[in-house]
Design a protein around this ligand. Structure first.
Ligand code: FAD
Ligand code: UDP
Length: 378
């Protein structure tokens, strides 16, 4: 008998398992993929860590989360500075003085502010959708060249049908600063994300235990497992748990196409966004550039580049991004009401809470969940 049956070995499941095993509990983690780690899982090729499920850059301003992950691994100080490619012209991201200079050949923040102020004049009142939000943040030129095409490919919907918050993730700065994130801490585990997952699941020093079984789909074998634990922690898609009985939530799917090149450096940057609608992929990732400080890896005449193609998700495929528009939020609220009625099941993480969580949010949420469990038992 286990204390917790944890469905999914992503960051939520692994942090929760670690925390409860540290408190003496017995955990069984089920994972339907062949390997653990959820979307942060990597594979190693020619000494390069490939981000199998999309580029993952750890960034946070939560002191507790940063301290937590640093107990397990060292981070390499990588700072994400992607480049946007619009019809062969390159622009720095996020939107900052370098971008404005490249677009308008201006020199001072005041010049950039004046252009954007004029262009955003079209939007009055609180922005109602992503298009209005984007124009009111950075004006129409940037919206047309760097946002509209990328966003419509990424989400498969018009910018007028998407919620404004998606674009609020990106900083806008009137300084020459290409750091994609505003967070205080940032980096990538020196030994790759798999080392973080392995450390979380290592129960050798813990008073409880963590057992892991891969290639087991809980939703297909529920009867066999439900009796084996006092409580279930479910981190898979919430609608799938309920057998889609209220209808399907929409997700964005992704297809990754990876090529090996026999050169040391293919694109000169880890992430290049292709922002024109006509290019069918959204970004290309050259994985070795994430390995800051590894001169040996950079020097080797081999590199891997992955193109990321978004598409409409179908049941049975990996669900990557929740599509948090009104229709889906309404349906999710109904599933949430069902989930709240389930006794002895905790729903946590990106898919079970249908939320655009970053890694640090997921870790924070799993730590809080473990603390609540502890408090309930005290
Ligand atoms: P997941 O990682 O999705 O893990 C859930 C696990 O549950 C999966 O392994 C799945 O196979 C398993 N599972 C589901 N159903 C079942 C079942 N029925 N039975 C058994 N197992 C099941 N965050 C950042 O902070 N920085 C980034 O740069 C970043 N980039 C991203 C890029 C992409 C393309 C994507 C999709 C996400 C990105 N994220 C990023 C977000 C990050 O991936 C998530 O915040 C985090 O990995 C979520 O962890 P999780 O445990 O909630 O879910
Ligand atoms: N975005 C854009 N152009 C870009 C990069 C991002 O329009 O070159 C928009 C797009 O709508 C995207 C959102 O900003 O969904 C958030 O981007 P982020 O890089 O945070 O997305 P993620 O890494 O989570 O896919």
């Amino acid at each position: 008998m286990y204390d917790y049956l944890i469905v999914g070995s992503g960051l939520f499941g692994c942090v929760f398992a670690h925390e409860m095993a540290a408190r003496g509990k017995k955990c069984l983690v089920l994972e339907r993929r062949a390997q653990v780690g959820g979307n942060v899982a990597c594979e190693e090729k020619d000494g390069i860590y490939l981000h199998t499920y999309g580029a993952h850059i750890f960034h946070t301003s939560f002191e507790d989360v940063w301290a937590y992950v640093n107990q397990f691994v060292s981070f390499n100080g990588y700072v994400n500075s992607p480049v946007a490619n619009y019809q062969g012209h390159l622009y720095n991201l996020p939107f900052n003085m370098n971008t404005f200079r490249e677009l308008w050949d201006i020199v001072t923040p005041a010049e950039a502010q004046a252009i954007i102020a004029e262009q955003r004049g079209a939007i009055t009142g609180e922005p109602q959708n992503l298009e209005e939000q984007a124009i009111s943040l950075v004006g129409r030129d940037i919206y047309e060249k760097l946002i509209k095409g990328y966003t419509e490919k990424q989400w498969g919907r018009s910018c007028t049908e998407l919620p404004a918050f998606i674009i609020k993730r990106l900083p806008v700065r009137y300084t020459f600063d290409n750091n994609y994130f505003n967070d205080k801490y940032q980096g990538i585990p020196e030994q790759g994300y798999n080392s973080l997952i392995a450390a979380l699941l290592d129960d050798a020093q813990l008073s409880g235990g963590i057992e892991v079984r891969t290639q087991v789909d809980y939703n297909k074998e529920r009867a066999a497992f439900d009796g084996q634990a006092a409580k279930v922690v479910y981190t898979g898609p919430v609608d799938e748990y309920f057998d889609y009985k209220l209808g399907q939530l929409e997700y964005r799917g992704l297809r990754f196409e990876t090529q090996r090149f026999e050169v040391a450096n293919h694109q000169g940057v880890a992430v290049m966004n292709y922002t024109a609608r006509e290019v069918p992929f959204t970004r290309t990732i050259e994985h070795k550039h994430f390995m800051r400080g590894r001169e040996d890896v950079f020097a080797a005449p081999v590199t891997y580049v992955t193109r990321e193609y978004p598409h409409d998700w179908q049941p049975g495929e990996e669900a990557y991004y929740p599509v948090n528009n009104e229709r889906n939020q309404g349906l999710y609220a109904q599933y949430k009401a069902l989930a709240d009625k389930e006794t002895n099941v905790i729903f946590g993480g990106r898919l079970a809470e249908y939320k655009y969580y970053d890694m640090d949010d997921v870790i924070k949420s799993a730590l809080q969940c473990a603390a609540r469990e502890q408090a309930a038992q005290d």
